[in-house]
Design a protein around this ligand. Structure first.
Ligand code: 97T
Length: 273
């Protein structure tokens, strides 16, 4: 997979040299090119932004540097043999970036990222490139960043680990919390390793018991408990048929009530709770 990133802070992408993404590059699975947007400015101040039409706060990134940069970066990619580019634009007003989107992006051969500072990029830039390639406007969460660079790091890491040959067997993504499958909508439970006692904290006995059935049951209970507490929205989205008798008991203990159709909803907490 080829990745191009056009940014006014190329150093912000230095972490792409290390860890899993760095390994993917070293193994030849990922070909990363970071470009300084200011290379495509021609005035003394290397201006990349201007005041918004219609007034209002902040600055808007200008069309011309982005257009010239993307044209050249796209041409260079094709020259190097890359095909099938897609534009990825991190923005708080984008489609939520989920594991599903990560899988979709991991199946593309070439991603072009345009992280923006200020109040975003002049809309015409996205409109122009949308005539030539798929455009993914994505948000990595409901919070505000100073710019899209951190989002590029997040998206790249989520995508790179899905590429064939990047993760070893030990770290395989079969059981990812958000991977499709039976436990699709449950978060992972807690994990433990040696020593069995640390500062007076014991590893739960069941994990040392060697009873695989009981261990699986305990893990499922813990996963459901955590999900119900931290992500009630995921529990509500679950297919009620996916819950067994013990799951229902766990949810009931946590204050969840069940509908006649088996669907669970969270009983509103009383003041004492
Ligand atoms: O807050 C942002 C500012 C610029 C570019 C992207 C973002 C953002 O992306 N996901 C959440 C926020």
């Amino acid at each position: 997979m080829r990745l191009d990133v056009v940014t006014i802070f190329p150093e912000y992408l230095d972490p792409l040299d290390v860890s899993l993404v760095g390994k993917a590059r070293a193994r030849g699975r990922l070909d990363v090119h970071v470009h300084d947007l200011r290379r495509w400015t021609y005035d003394r101040h290397h201006t990349v932004d201007d005041t918004p039409y219609g007034g209002g706060p902040g600055m808007v990134m200008k069309t011309e540097p982005w257009g010239d940069a993307l044209d050249e970066v796209i041409a260079a990619g094709y020259e190097a043999g890359a095909r099938g580019p897609a534009l990825v634009v991190p923005t708080p007003s984008g489609r939520p970036f989920t594991q599903e989107v990560a899988v979709e992006l991991s199946q593309r051969p070439w991603l072009l990222f345009t992280p923006a500072r200020y109040e975003g990029i002049d809309r015409r830039v996205v409109d122009e490139y949308a005539t030539r390639m798929p455009v993914y406007e994505v948000s990595i969460g409901d919070y505000v960043l100073a710019g899209g660079e951190a989002a590029v790091l997040v998206i790249t890491e989520a995508v790179a680990r899905l590429l064939p040959g990047v993760l070893g067997n030990a770290e395989s993504h079969r059981d990812d919390s958000f991977a499709p499958g039976a436990m699709a909508n449950l978060l992972e439970g807690p994990v433990y390793t040696k020593p069995p006692v640390w500062r007076g904290h014991d590893v739960p006995d069941v994990l040392l018991s060697g009873h695989h059935g009981r261990i699986a049951r305990w893990r499922r209970d813990e996963a459901l408990r955590r999900t119900a507490l931290n992500r009630p929205d995921l529990v509500e989205r679950c297919d009620p048929a996916a819950f067994d008798r013990k799951d229902r008991e766990t949810l009931s203990l946590l204050g969840w009530a069940s509908e006649p159709d088996g669907r669970f909803w969270r009983r509103p907490r009383t003041v004492e709770e």
